[in-house]
Design a protein around this ligand. Sequence first.
Ligand SMILES: [Zn+2]
Length: 318
Amino acid sequence: MLNKITDHVYQLQVPIPYDLGEVKCYIVEGENGYTIVDTGDNIEDAITLWKQVLPKDKKIEKVVLTHAHLDHIGLARWFQKNYNAAIWMSKAGYEEKKKIQSMFKGKKYNSPLSVLFRVNGGPEHPEEDEVHHRFDAYEFEPDYVFEEGEIIQIGDYNFETIWTPGHSPDHFSFYNHSHQILFVGDHILNSLNPIVMAQHMDENPLQLYLHALDKVQQYSTKYVLPGHGDLITNLSSRIEVMKSHYKKRWMQIHNALKEDGRTAFQISQSIYGTELPIERKMSAFLQTITNLIYLLSIDEIVMKKQKDFIYFYPKTSR
Ligand SMILES: [Zn+2]
């Protein structure tokens, strides 16, 4: 479960109760104690594992976060409380955290996705009851807030902060030039494309994401350390594969469009089929919306609003 990556850098596989089953967190040894990169979710199994792994005699200097999703940020508060660790997060992450907290009114989570699902012809957005109890993980204040292009210390190494939005608007990667280490969070994964999803029709996260892929592709890397799955051995070729995956999706979308208009949900069903289990169906639907917004922004398709629904059309006047 604890995997040595290089001198002073260790990887810990922490269980999560959904999707990928595990999140990869990192422990970096330094003069002033350990720095933890991402924490895992706020669940008992993860806490038990951290307690087993962390030596009693060494200080946890700080926790550095790639983004504000629960599987990465979930135990930051626990580290702050129990180990007196300083929490370092990006300014964008801090804003995102406050936004997520504000979506809770009483015990109810008011997801912006309900509106997005409705106008795009989808089914009701499912209630997310099971995650409610874990959201108090967001109740902390960071000790330091960084921005893009800063040099921060992780262990005894200097890392450049790189804004890599798309998977989430606040996502950051961290790069060390001398050892060519890149903490890449969920920006790039080894065996699947991370979910990039819009929450509103006026966002274009895929455009930001593709730009952020180009941004990290220019770095020389020896160790690319992701938030889930296996290490990435060849960053540039992995990015090329991910980009070609998008090109394939865009082709499928073009093929699914009809002259009389289709909703995003209809397009998603014609690409992914109608038999997917509910969770995968929803994520396929969301990714279709995200791709449609992107194709619209580069003027490859047409969108019209009719009554309460949004319809997409092929661009006929070529
Ligand atoms: Zn994740």
